[in-house]
Design a protein around this ligand. Structure first.
Ligand code: HEM
Ligand SMILES: *[C@@H]1O[C@H](CO)[C@@H](O)[C@H](O)[C@H]1NC(C)=O
Ligand SMILES: *[C@@H]1O[C@H](CO)[C@@H](O)[C@H](O)[C@H]1NC(C)=O
Ligand SMILES: *[C@@H]1O[C@H](CO)[C@@H](O)[C@H](O)[C@H]1NC(C)=O
Ligand SMILES: *[C@@H]1O[C@H](CO)[C@@H](O)[C@H](O)[C@H]1NC(C)=O
Ligand SMILES: *[C@@H]1O[C@H](CO)[C@@H](O)[C@H](O)[C@H]1NC(C)=O
Length: 329
């Protein structure tokens, strides 16, 4: 009898410790650490600042909006959304910019620099480059006619990059088949549905001849008129006209909408990796749905962008807030 209060108090204090530990673990492992209000006290004007820079850039050149969205994707797929793609090479450091998926292809770095320097003026040392990529991507989609959503913030910037990861297929190549695409997204915790919705980002922007040459000359699941039209500015021979550009969405290349999916239905996907989404496989019905229902596409695209933005963020005391997105502090 005399022992029982002692035992019960011992039990309750140790169970409290266990509960606390479990809570700590939960909060550390869940991505609940990102939040839409992260800068509401420390940099309430960050949204206006980012938006105004993106707005004038998009007014000058609409494609830049597409380029920023792709930059965010290529950042997130290599060691998480941590701004690693923004780090410049140095004599002793090879970053991600020259990896196969990025070299001579990813663009928009100067716009991120411009945004960062304006944000640093209003709130020095507060907003990460990784978060700027997310906000600027959202603003690009909105400014080009797509849906608005609240982005989740609080990421910090990496002090490293990974050329090897960026170079070895973590980012799927345009020659990918459907299985490969699904696997690559699954490796990042994203579903096949997320993958199809996110591919809808090919509703704007451009691709180089080298990314679609094999498709327009060698493939059969392509509309003949479309293939011939694309061949006019993309010569057959490797190494000639490699960097000539074509719109990913032939109908509304500077507008965010569901035309990308309508194109797939008539075999006018530009990349092999586009057309495999509608080629008799498991994603056909979803492509058909998105092509008929722009709201369904917008809604899934937003969910998938948020999930992509949640990939392995650095938070708390991890990483740093870079002063200049191109180099570690
Ligand atoms: C599903 C797998 C994907 C593949 C294989 C792929 C591949 C490509 C390729 C090859 C290009 C053209 C690059 C060039 O020729 O220079 C491109 C452009 C683009 N991609 Fe993707 N992509 C994929 C998914 C995504 C995702 C998830 C997003 C964003 C959410 C995205 C956004 C874009 C945009 C906006 C462009 C145009 C960029 C510009 O004009 O600067 N892509 N993609
Ligand atoms: C990147 O492209 C440049 C220019 O085409 C080329 O000289 C360089 O070798 C490429 N880098 C890598 C790592 O492939
Ligand atoms: C870089 O990426 C490669 C390939 O994904 C991986 O094996 C390696 O561990 C990564 N390196 C670092 C330092 O994270
Ligand atoms: C898809 O591509 C992967 C990787 O390139 C390859 O190993 C696989 O055999 C291909 N699958 C089909 C069904 O073609
Ligand atoms: C088309 O396929 C043939 C045979 O596989 C190949 O030799 C040729 O290089 C391909 N052409 C293009 C433009 O990719
Ligand atoms: C041209 O390049 C493609 C893709 O890189 C390759 O599959 C093909 O074999 C090349 N063709 C020739 C003739 O070198």
């Amino acid at each position: 009898m005399a022992l029982s209060p002692i035992r019960s108090s011992t039990f309750s204090s140790s169970s409290a410790i266990v509960t606390l530990a479990v809570l700590l673990l939960l909060t550390r492992t869940s991505s609940a650490t990102l939040s839409k209000n992260f800068y509401s006290k420390t940099c309430p004007n960050v949204f206006n600042t980012v938006k105004s820079v993106v707005k004038s850039a998009v007014a000058k050149e609409p494609r830049i909006g597409a380029s920023i969205v792709r930059l965010f994707f290529h950042d997130c797929f290599v060691q998480g959304c941590d701004g690693s793609i923004l780090l410049d090479d140095t004599p002793t450091f090879q970053g991600e910019k020259t990896a196969a998926a990025n070299n001579n292809s990813v663009r928009g770095y100067e716009l991120i620099d411009d945004i960062k320097s304006k944000v640093e003026k209003i709130c020095p040392g507060v907003v990460s480059c990784a978060d700027i990529l997310d906000i600027a991507s959202r603003d690009s989609v909105v400014l080009l006619g797509g849906p608005f959503w609240n982005v989740r913030l609080g990421r910090r910037d990496s002090r490293s990059a990974n050329f090897t990861a960026a170079n070895t297929g973590v980012i799927p190549p345009p020659t990918s088949n459907l299985t490969n695409l699904i696997t690559r997204f699954q490796d990042q915790g994203l579903s096949a549905r997320d993958m199809v919705a996110l591919s809808g980002a090919h509703t704007f922007g451009k691709a180089r001849c080298t990314s679609f040459r094999d498709r327009i000359y060698n493939q059969t699941n392509i509309d003949r008129t479309f293939a011939l039209a694309r061949q006019r500015r993309c010569p057959r021979t490797n190494g000639t006209g490699d960097n000539n550009l074509a719109n990913l969405d032939f109908r509304t290349p500077n507008h965010f909408d569901n035309n990308y999916f309508k194109n797939l239905l008539i075999k006018r996907g530009l990349l092999n990796s586009d057309q495999v989404l509608f080629n008799g496989g498991s994603t056909d019905s979803l492509v058909r749905t998105y092509s008929q229902n722009n709201k369904a596409f917008d809604s899934d695209f937003v969910k998938a962008m948020i999930r992509m933005g949640d990939i392995k963020p650095l938070t708390g005391s991890q990483g740093e807030i870079r002063k200049n997105c191109r180099r570690v502090n």
